[in-house]
Design a protein around this ligand. Structure first.
Ligand code: HEC
Length: 212
């Protein structure tokens, strides 16, 4: 994966840029009153819609808001269970009952950080960028560690329960971890059904480098 450093570097640079913006608002900014602006006001006003990417991207869902504010909703176990069930209900399992595609295509998707940015072609398929957060193949030296290592994931086998768990986790991670940091690859329309099948095969196929 040649682009690994680049892919890991971009989110880092964005975070640094956001932090820098938060610390040094422009002296003559639009805020005429003397009230200090919140960091959110500053970064919101610094972002612009470009090409096919609109500012709706930075509007949180109700669940994301609740998670960010650590609201009572997510602190309450019973309510958390209800919200996780809602996330589970969002999952569309594969229509033909086949969960596993081609691990080689899945490997390319897992290592591809392109898609959904203003300078990407919206007609091309998105990448999954799994390596930004997970170790997968032990041969790959560059990976992020926000998520757990998925090395040897296929050891868990291909029972129906395992296939369903993995599919649902990738479709909408909130179904199992309410305030997960993992993208909702199916629910948010990042990957297609076929791409999800290919990524599933990359995780679960005994021939995949993840399991070597
Ligand atoms: C932004 C970081 C991030 C990205 C990108 C990401 N994940 Fe995750 N993933 C996580 C985190 C964090 C967890 C731990 C559980 C949780 O918080 O949801 C996780 C958990 C998982 C699990 C469950 C692990 C277990 O032990 O049961 C699977 C499977 C998984 N991810 C697959 C993927 C795949 C496949 C991709 C790419 C299509 C991907 N993830 C991309 C952050 C990420």
């Amino acid at each position: 994966m040649k682009n690994a450093y680049f892919k890991l570097a971009v989110p880092l640079l964005i975070s640094i840029a956001l932090a820098a913006c938060a610390k040094s608002p422009e002296p003559n900014s639009a805020n005429k009153s003397n009230e200090p602006k919140s960091a959110e006001q500053i970064w919101r006003s610094s972002m612009k819609a470009k090409n096919h990417v609109g500012l709706d991207r930075i509007t949180q869902t109700e669940l994301q808001k609740a998670c960010s504010n650590n609201s009572d909703i997510v602190a309450n176990e019973a309510q958390r269970a209800v919200l996780q069930q809602q996330a589970m209900n969002s999952v569309a399992f594969p229509a033909d009952g086949n969960y596993l595609g081609d691990w080689q295509r899945g490997e390319a998707i897992a290592g591809d950080g392109k898609g959904l940015q203003w300078n990407d072609n919206p007609n091309e398929p998105n990448g999954g960028n799994c390596y930004a957060c997970h170790e997968l193949s032990p041969k790959e030296v560059a990976y992020g560690t926000i998520g757990p290592s998925l090395k040897n994931y296929g050891m868990r086998g291909q029972s129906e329960a395992m296939l369903q768990y993995t599919w649902a986790k990738i479709w909408n991670p909130n179904a199992y971890t309410l305030c997960s940091h993992m993208p909702r690859f199916g629910d948010a329309g990042i990957l297609t059904e076929q791409q999800l099948k290919d990524v599933m095969a990359y995780l679960l196929d005994p021939a995949s480098p993840v399991n070597k």
